[in-house]
Design a protein around this ligand. Structure first.
Ligand SMILES: [Zn+2]
Length: 89
């Protein structure tokens, strides 16, 4: 299925594998870890990492697209975009 992105650059960084930095991971934290019940997804920029590298992965949580400025919390509101396990970061 075709994914609609706020901009092409965000789409590219989201679709690359987790090993290829810099990439974007979208996570839906477990309910008990959600501080904000209205915005259940979290968006992370990472320098790339291997599966199983848990807890040592550098990452920064972002709210706005670094390329086009879109409010990610408002734009991506579907499980369809999740590309990392809950609780990973
Ligand atoms: Zn964008």
């Amino acid at each position: 299925m075709y994914r609609k992105y706020c901009c092409a650059r965000f789409g590219i960084r989201h679709e690359v594998s987790r090993e290829e930095g810099i990439n974007l991971r979208i996570v839906k934290p477990y309910p008990e870890h959600r501080m904000d019940t209205h915005n259940v997804y979290r968006f992370y920029l990472t320098p790339g990492y291997k599966e199983g590298q848990k807890k040592v992965v550098n990452h920064i949580s972002i709210r706005y697209c670094p390329f086009c400025g879109t409010d990610l919390y408002g734009f991506y509101r579907s499980d369809f975009y999740i590309n990392e396990e809950p609780g990973f970061f």
